[in-house]
Design a protein around this ligand. Structure first.
Ligand code: HEM
Length: 120
């Protein structure tokens, strides 16, 4: 289950990077159906597996500090990702948003692997 979760996380970041690159180079292609649907499917499975493991290993946010921090970092990654693809109004802002999102996702992976808080 953990390896599938990690694989889905990698695919999710790759799809985000691909959509970011298309937005800068060929935004028309972003309208294709598979690019609109597949991120939602991947991310739903990523979350379902994460929540399943959370329950299985009793790693509840609020009780297990690194889990709290991981979820805060996941939320920040989702927001910066949304900002990059939807809210940013020009390419400079999109690039800044993308770099910010990558910083958060690296933090998520670091917390998941070390099981130690990093920021708080
Ligand atoms: C961007 C999103 C995410 C990334 C990049 C990510 C990454 C990872 C990685 C790399 C591991 C394996 C750590 C290891 O080597 O042991 C892991 C494990 C785990 N993740 Fe995630 N994850 C993400 C989202 C989530 C979400 C949304 C949840 C919960 C709602 C979650 C819950 C868990 C749990 C419970 C484990 C198992 C921890 C353990 O080994 O005991 N993850 N995650």
């Amino acid at each position: 289950m953990k390896h599938l979760h990690m694989l889905l996380a990698a695919i999710s970041v790759a799809l985000f990077t691909f959509r970011f690159a298309l937005l800068l180079t060929n935004p028309e292609k972003l309208k294709s159906k598979w690019l609109k649907i597949s991120p939602h499917i991947i991310d739903t499975f990523l979350f379902v597996l994460g929540i399943t493991m959370m329950i299985q290993y009793s790693l509840y946010p609020g009780q297990v500090e690194w889990m709290t921090e991981k979820l805060v970092a996941v939320a920040a990654y989702i927001f910066t990702g949304y900002y990059t693809l939807k809210l940013a109004r020009n390419n400079t802002m999109r690039i800044i948003g993308y770099l910010g999102a990558m910083g958060w996702v690296i933090l998520v992976a670091r917390i998941a692997m070390t099981k130690q808080n990093f920021l708080f």
